[in-house]
Design a protein around this ligand. Structure first.
Ligand SMILES: Cc1cc2nc3c(=O)[nH]c(=O)nc-3n(C[C@H](O)[C@H](O)[C@H](O)COP(=O)(O)OP(=O)(O)OC[C@H]3O[C@@H](n4cnc5c(N)ncnc54)[C@H](O)[C@@H]3O)c2cc1C
Length: 459
């Protein structure tokens, strides 16, 4: 870490020199270019956010080594009224880790300790990368119940604070479902910062709160049995048939799976490395199936479609697992070649799932291209979706969102950066606003992201 001389910085909005004096030997980066680079996440997926968040930057990056460092930084930021934006790997899509009002970017990626693990549970620091977490639990027969498709880059703290679900949600639902976060330990931002252990329901106060309700220093996460997974691609002539097959596998409780992702052609056209397995004009379903369930999986398929790819799953360094073509990696694969598209985040009604997916597909032919993800939501099997949208204007995007909502499809709008406007069905049922008043009365944690928060007058 470098602490370049204070005089190399332009006149800051805050007394950063006083902060640096108070935090002593906690590692920092003040080099402007590096601070700016690390103040970005993947908000550029959205043309709307790209215009709004461009150029936003912290004044300093602080990299705590342990919880004691976090407490020191929180106390100093309180004293000098300096905003703190927690940061994991900065893979969020809505500018969650972008410091809107500058201040200190708190890079938690050096806090990676695994405190303990036992069958079905791990307790670790918030900065641990999910791939490292799984690498530590798999030898004991366990792995994360669910992970985002960014598992190989992202941290568990960033997932809990900024994500929602992903690979594995077909079995366990999203992070918002009771039991999917067992406990979170946080540091508050007050004159004398406290450490709080939030267990069971209370842990939802930090779930998808974008770091506005406490700095997560440790998490207790439930695990699932680690199967030998098979990555498989199945192709279909008809998209509706691909959806129906995915639904049949999703509902087959005896078939152990982790991922079922139907995508319409031409989306697979953008999967360069998988070109040979995604024939021209064919719709696809990408799956992860437990090896012992493969035969039953094939029996459900019969002659409805064709398996074009079947390989043992491997997400170790240097490999490219199939899940890096699903969830929001699907959008990324297309964006790598063409920046004119964007995406939405949908939740379809469980009681008329196939009808609703078909209705939306037919409503926006060639403008909104279906990419669905089977998930459980509130105990029911349904589909979340991240369709590709051929972007024209912000007005048209809002019209598309309104039409989905009018037809009973929930939208968690990925083109806004506040919790209240964006998170919708992905949010946990917890009083995050009330909790913020208790643990961050000055509103120094990631200011601007919780729109309804007004700092306590006396703070
Ligand atoms: C290609 C791509 C695919 C994606 N797929 C998925 C997906 O399948 N499912 C999904 O849910 N998301 C997905 N995402 C979004 C994102 O990758 C995940 O949510 C990821 O888990 C975020 O982790 P991170 O370490 O990058 O967090 P960051 O982006 O660094 O942070 C996310 C938020 O959490 C806060 N935060 C980070 N660490 C802490 C902490 N220790 N304490 C308090 N607050 C903290 C930050 O302030 C920020 O608001 C995807 C993004 C991309 C670019």
């Amino acid at each position: 870490m470098t602490a370049s001389p204070a005089r190399s910085r332009p006149a800051a909005r805050y007394d950063i020199d006083a902060l640096l004096r108070d935090i002593g030997d906690v590692p920092v980066t003040t080099d402007l270019q590096r601070v700016r680079l690390r103040s970005r996440d993947y908000f550029w997926y959205s043309p709307v956010l790209n215009a709004q968040l461009h150029g936003k930057s912290a004044d300093v990056v602080v990299t705590p080594r342990d919880e004691a460092d976090v407490v020191r930084v929180a106390a100093a930021c309180w004293k000098h009224r300096i905003p703190i934006t927690p940061r994991g790997a900065a893979t969020g899509n809505y500018g969650q880790a972008v410091p809107l009002e500058g201040g200190a970017l708190l890079d938690l990626t050096n806090m990676t300790t695994i405190e303990w693990q036992k069958p079905g549970v791990i307790r670790c620091a918030g900065g641990l990368k999910m791939n490292d977490l799984d690498a530590a639990t798999r030898p004991n027969g366990w792995e994360l119940r669910m992970h985002p498709s960014t598992k190989r880059m992202a941290t568990i703290g960033g997932f809990v604070a900024g994500g929602s679900g992903g690979v594995g949600s077909v079995n366990h639902g999203g992070l918002r479902e009771p039991g999917n976060i067992l406990a979170a330990r946080i540091v508050t931002v007050e004159e004398r910062p406290r450490t709080l252990e939030l267990r069971a329901d209370a842990a939802q106060k930090v779930n998808r709160a974008y770091g506005t309700t406490g700095i997560i220093t440790a998490l207790e996460m439930p695990l699932a049995p680690a199967w030998p997974w098979i990555d498989a691609i199945v192709t279909f002539d008809d998209f509706q048939e691909a959806m129906k097959f995915g639904y049949d596998v999703a509902l087959a409780d005896g078939v152990v799976k982790k991922l079922i992702t139907p995508m319409i052609w031409p989306i697979p056209q953008h999967f360069g490395a998988l070109k040979d397995h995604c024939p021209e004009g064919k719709h696809v379903v990408f799956c992860m199936i437990a090896e012992p369930s493969l035969e039953s999986f094939k029996a459900i398929l019969g002659t409805r479609g064709t398996i074009t790819f079947e390989q043992p799953h491997d997400d170790s360094p240097g490999k490219e697992p199939l899940y890096e073509y699903t969830w929001n990696h699907t959008t990324l694969q297309w964006l790598k070649q063409d920046r004119t598209i964007t995406y939405l985040q949908c939740l379809f009604p469980h009681d008329r799932l196939i009808e609703s997916v078909t209705e939306m597909w037919k409503m926006f032919p060639d403008e909104v291209l279906p990419h669905t993800e089977f998930i459980r939501f509130g105990g029911r099997m349904t589909c979340s979706a991240l369709p590709i949208v051929r972007y024209t204007t912000a007005e048209r995007l809002n019209e598309i969102i309104a039409l989905h909502e009018k037809h009973g499809v929930m939208i968690a709008n990925p083109h806004v950066y506040t919790l209240e406007d964006g998170s919708r069905h992905k949010r946990a049922d917890a009083d995050q606003l009330g909790f913020k008043h208790e643990i961050d009365p000055r509103g120094l944690l990631n200011p601007g992201k919780m729109r309804t928060f007004v700092p306590n007058a006396s703070s």
